[in-house]
Design a protein around this ligand. Structure first.
Ligand code: SF4
Ligand code: SF4
Length: 135
């Protein structure tokens, strides 16, 4: 089992594909839509897929055959050289992706829990957090 994040780009002809339904029913993948946006040129979506490597590969091939552009999305990053373990990100994260080690007060990040909301980026006083997942 693996959990990977992808950026999908739709054009006006494939915009109404039921991606989540297809991933679940055809490929036994658990999708989680993290961000989505529609404008005049089509739509963009960031979603995570949880499933076997083979099923994720097959799902990507299927989406690409429907003319949906699929790119692997970067995970959120935390630069520990900049981090001062202030804890601001810990209290603000809605998915509890950050954790404090109570014996050392060291703050760590579980990227698998991140839903790419971006809230922690502006909360960090030292600019230690970056997220290249913009739609
Ligand atoms: S981007 Fe949002 S979900 Fe991800 S770690 Fe930051 S606050 Fe948590
Ligand atoms: S807000 Fe920034 S400096 Fe503070 S613990 Fe989080 S990553 Fe480190």
């Amino acid at each position: 089992m693996m959990d990977k994040k992808f950026k999908l780009k739709f054009n006006n002809s494939n915009l109404h594909e039921s991606v989540s339904y297809i991933l679940v029913s055809k490929f036994d993948i658990k999708p989680n839509v993290l961000q989505a946006k529609i404008d005049g040129s089509g739509g963009r979506m960031i979603l995570s897929m949880r499933g076997s490597e083979k099923n994720i590969e097959n799902a990507i091939s299927y989406l690409e055959s429907a003319d949906i552009v699929v790119e692997e999305a970067d995970d959120i990053k935390m630069d520990k050289k900049r981090c001062i373990d202030c804890g601001s990100c810990v209290s603000i994260c809605p998915t509890f992706a950050f954790e404090i080690d109570k014996s050392t007060w060291d703050v760590s990040l579980d990227t698998g829990k991140c839903v790419a909301c971006g809230t922690c980026i502006s909360a960090c006083p030292t600019h230690a957090i970056s997220l290249k997942m913009n739609l």
